[in-house]
Design a protein around this ligand. Sequence first.
Ligand code: ASP
Length: 323
Amino acid sequence: MRKVILATLGALLMSGGSAPAQNYPSHPITLVVPFSAGGPTDAMARIMADGMKTALGQSLLIENVTGAGGSIGVGRVARAAPDGYTVSIGHLGTHVANGAIYKLDYDLVTDFEPVVLLPSNPMIFVSTNAVPAKTLPELLAWMKARPSPPTAGTAGAGSASHVAGLYFESVTGIKLQFVPYRGTAPAMTDLVAGQIEVIVDQTSNSINQVRAGTIRAYAVTAEKRVETAPDIPTTDEAGLPEFHMSLWSGLWVPKGTPKDIVAKLNAAAVDAMNDPVVRKKFENLGLQMPPKDQLAPEALGALQKSEITKWWPMLKAANVKME
Ligand code: ASP
């Protein structure tokens, strides 16, 4: 009897959940993308998953768990076993803003272990081609002259496009009519079709449409122009110098995940981001690689906390109504 119990225990230990960290990973890892497939977070997740596979010797399978500004997908990871097999990808919206906007049943800081900071995305002002403005000052004048607020697609309350839209409202005093989607991929489809008028989008999501001429870009919210889209001015150049925003992203695992598993995931992600093929893919999308001295898990934890201090007052003051 004792032998049977020991054998069963041994089998359980080998089977994954509580497998020793040295054997990690012994089966595929789930990477939970909290927004629609084809959007900017999904694109980043797929590039990282491809790159990390080499170092980990296992696949990272993407699961899109969408809705409520990404808070549903992040909650799925908060409740997962802390064994390194369920990883959360998110950004300033999901891992900072959502805590000020939703009554979450998890804590964004104490229920997760930060893993690594990922590339960041300048935001970009884009409109459907039917909007008559050609420059950012013309866009602002057009918005002000309208009888009703322009419709602005977002990936839901608390998403990056929504936070950037609220920031835009607070800087310009211009109101937007937010239209929530489960990600900016479906919002982009509607922008191209003229169903909505603008998005304060992540550059990586808009850049190919801008290149194809199916939507119009007015400015990127970065200090320098995006190298792979040099025609688009910065907000400084286009006349809105108060508006700077770079959307960082990161990876997290549930609280209690063993330190050496976090370290393995971190090392695999850093390896991937050093790979020239991966870097090229990110650069083509207008993304900026994270600074080399910010790649330790603690750096992401510190950034997340300082961003909570920076953004929560504005978000709480905006008194966002859930759509
Ligand atoms: N990251 C979201 C997406 O992938 C967009 C957003 O947060 O605005 O769709």
